[in-house]
Design a protein around this ligand. Structure first.
Ligand code: LMR
Length: 391
């Protein structure tokens, strides 16, 4: 039976982790997979999470099963951060815990499909796993250009996709810190999107994986909340992997916005059934730690401080890149106005290979860089290497 399987190539982004680890050059630079790094190149556990974990070890008296919805205290505690002052939107919004943001995206698309979703409109480039999940569910992808040549978001392309959509169609939007371009919609553009979505009836699915890493917790939520304010229904995939540094603990949440409490119950029962058939229950540890952080004022303060320090460091790296202006034929100035961990460089696959082979610099074949991999100690080397391969 297994002989009938076609071999699959490893995920290109995840393969970079191994390639970088095997490189023995001491001055190698990892700009591949999206993890935050300090100026020393480390990805430490948040102090607030460490403290919550200590308390868990002390106080947790059982690891018995929860349920397909996971740690509901975690799910609820996150809602004011994701959705603001009226977190349940009048009893129309509820959620469940998922294994990472990926689990939430998977659930969003699978539940959408169960409700008749056939076409997924998606700005490209996007996080490669978005398309992989959609394809695995045999959904049709309708791509539109996320960005214009001038480096701003191509909101017209998104609006065209929305206005032309019919029944059974959804649009996937990145809540903030667009992966891979770092190019987000302005608040005015979000407003235009919200109105068009409400008018056309296309189903919005919002992926929020980097809240707090762009301009701030509230600032990063302002745009997508405009959409939620205007539409009867939506799905939201949320990841705590980056903004709580819990990558391998797989901490995510899937939220559903419905037109009425009845419809919300129906959506929730279906999401629970899908989760049960997929992973039964999500892993608890990381979500329990986030719950403890969010329920303790002092730990919230610590967490927010750590998140601010991360955001400020990302900004500093971006400013430094932008100030350097040109590197070979590349203009690095636009990186200064982009947000979050990622930006795209217009480099060829050959240039990416040369950066890796000749300079020990690892980045996605698409030209995406994780700016958190740059430090004040390696940024000059990076700029020189870019000038070398593109000059
Ligand atoms: C990334 O885009 O690098 C991250 O979201 C990690 C992942 O799972 O791909």
């Amino acid at each position: 039976m297994l002989d009938r399987l076609e071999p699959q190539s490893p995920d290109a982004l995840l393969a970079l982790i191994q390639m970088h680890a095997a490189d023995e050059r001491p001055d190698k630079i990892d700009l591949g997979v999206g993890v935050y790094r300090t100026d020393e190149g480390a990805t430490p556990v948040f102090g607030a999470i460490k403290e919550a974990e200590r308390r868990l070890v002390e106080d947790q008296d059982s690891k018995s099963y929860l349920g397909p919805e996971g740690d509901t205290g975690f799910v609820t505690a996150l809602m004011p951060y994701a959705f603001g002052e009226n977190p349940t939107m009048g009893g129309r919004l509820a959620g469940m815990q998922t294994p990472g943001g990926t689990g939430a995206v998977r659930l969003a698309l699978a539940l959408g499909q169960k409700a008749g979703l056939k076409w997924l409109h998606m700005g490209t480039p996007s996080w490669p796993n978005h398309a992989q999940i959609a394809q695995d569910l045999a959904l049709e992808i309708a791509p539109f250009n996320h960005a214009s040549d001038d480096g701003t978001a191509n909101v017209e392309a998104a609006l065209d996709a929305i206005r032309g959509a019919g029944a059974g169609e959804a649009i996937l939007l990145h809540g903030c810190c667009h992966n891979p371009t770092g190019i987000d919609y302005t608040i005015e553009e979000w407003e235009a999107l919200a109105e068009a979505i409400a008018e056309s009836g296309i189903f919005p699915i919002i992926d929020i994986a980097y809240q707090g890493l762009g301009h701030g917790i509230e600032e990063d939520a302002a745009g997508y909340r405009r959409v939620l304010d205007k539409v009867p229904e939506a799905f939201i995939a949320y990841s705590c992997d980056k903004n709580f540094g819990l990558y391998r603990d797989r901490v995510g949440a899937f939220y559903m916005l419905a037109d009425s409490a009845d419809m919300l119950d129906k959506a929730q029962s279906n999401a629970n059934a899908l989760a049960r058939a997929s992973w039964s229950m999500p892993p608890d540890h990381g979500a329990a730690a986030v719950r403890l952080v969010l329920r303790d004022e002092k730990l919230v303060q610590n967490w927010r401080g750590e998140l601010t320090a991360m955001r400020e460091r990302l900004r500093k790296v971006r400013d430094r890149l932008a100030q350097s202006g040109e590197a070979g034929r590349l203009d690095l100035a636009p990186l200064g106005t982009q947000n979050g961990l990622f930006s795209m460089l217009p480099v060829s696959k050959e240039e990416v290979a040369r950066l890796r082979q000749e300079h020990g610099i690892y980045m996605a074949g698409s030209g995406r860089i994780n700016v958190a991999g740059l430090t004040m100690g390696n940024i000059d080397k990076f700029i020189r290497a870019l000038a070398d391969v593109t000059g």
